[in-house]
Design a protein around this ligand. Structure first.
Ligand code: FES
Length: 321
């Protein structure tokens, strides 16, 4: 197998050191470094980018323990209806195969809260495993609502129920129908933080249930593109504060592509506003955020943006580049 990477210097070569089935169509892969003794440290909720043998780069949450320095583990659902990344991981990566990954990044960290509620849908359970461990160590009350079509398709459900029977609720929609999250999440205590990862419709329902409870914070981890701007694309002037470059970003081009034409190559991975690799500091200008990474609070702070998808609505933008 040949290795490919757009940005090999910043990437880490790993070998698949073990692989096991953890649910229908879901395998867990253990990744061990090839060129270095240990892998970068990470915190609960982090994900890596993995350059699949077929070419696309995909984001996968780490589901091992941050205390395990020598390996990472990810769990991947083989989705033949997706854009090919997960199929390549399943079909092309055997024990002994080598792939490139990024260092971990984290846009889904556990905040300080009085209580925690985790809502996972299907493979969205993966970031929850480490968040749950951190919540347990915090000593705060926590519970998990784990939604899937059938138990056989729900990775780690048996272990979670066996270890935490009073904290974990498993909802099989093939038997019980669609869970009403508005009811399941009603009446949360003040200071509760709700973390959700799963299908967009589920995360939207969680966000709706939290929005009517002002003393509750909601955090989502999206690995699908979901944010669309109401604003039409318009050209704007872009200045780089450190290099002094000024360019026009036409309505039909992205910031990152225009910069690449001028020889300014910014780090990037997904180029769809999902991974956070291209996050860039904003000096001035109104940003039209179109990513799935930043929280509403981070957007309103206007301190950074994803330059692979987001744009400017004030005619002029200055970036920390
Ligand atoms: S490259 Fe992934 S968010 Fe921009």
């Amino acid at each position: 197998m040949s290795l490919s990477s757009n940005n090999v210097q910043s990437q880490i070569r790993v070998r698949i050191s073990s692989r096991r089935r953890v649910a229908d169509r879901i395998d867990e892969f253990e990744l061990t470094p090839v060129d270095v003794a240990s892998l970068p440290a990470w915190s609960a909720g982090a994900h890596i980018d993995l350059t699949t043998p077929a070419g696309p780069t995909r984001q996968y949450s780490l589901c091992s323990s941050p205390d395990e320095a020598g390996t990472y583990r990810i769990a991947v659902e083989r989705r033949s209806d997706s854009r090919g990344g997960s199929v390549s991981v399943h079909d092309d990566l055997a024990v002994g195969s080598e792939v490139w990954i990024s260092a971990p990044r984290n846009h889904f960290e556990l905040t300080r809260a009085l209580e925690y509620v985790f809502v996972a849908g299907g493979i969205g359970i993966t970031p929850m495993l480490t968040l749950i461990e951190q919540a347990r160590h915090s000593g705060r009350p926590w519970r998990l609502i784990y939604i899937g079509r059938t138990r056989a398709e729900m990775a780690f459900a048996d272990d979670l129920l066996a270890c935490h029977p009073r904290h974990v609720t498993v909802h099989e929609s093939s038997h019980a129908g669609r869970l009403n999250l508005g009811v399941a999440l009603a009446g949360l205590a003040r200071g509760t933080a709700v973390y959700s990862c799963g299908p967009p419709s589920m995360m939207d329902a969680v966000a709706d249930a939290c929005a009517v409870q002002p003393a509750v914070d909601s955090f989502v981890e999206r690995f699908t593109v979901s944010v669309h701007s109401a604003a039409p694309n318009e050209a704007f002037e872009l200045s780089l504060a450190f290099s002094g470059v000024t360019v026009t970003v036409p309505e039909d081009r992205t910031i990152i592509d225009v910069l690449a034409d001028r020889g300014v190559v910014a780090p990037s991975s997904c180029r769809e506003g999902m991974c956070g690799t291209c996050e860039t500091g904003v000096v001035s200008g109104e940003v039209d955020h179109r990513d799935s990474v930043l929280s509403p609070e981070e957007r309103s702070e206007n301190e950074s943006m994803m330059i692979c998808v987001s744009r400017c609505t004030s005619g002029r933008l200055v970036l920390e580049l």
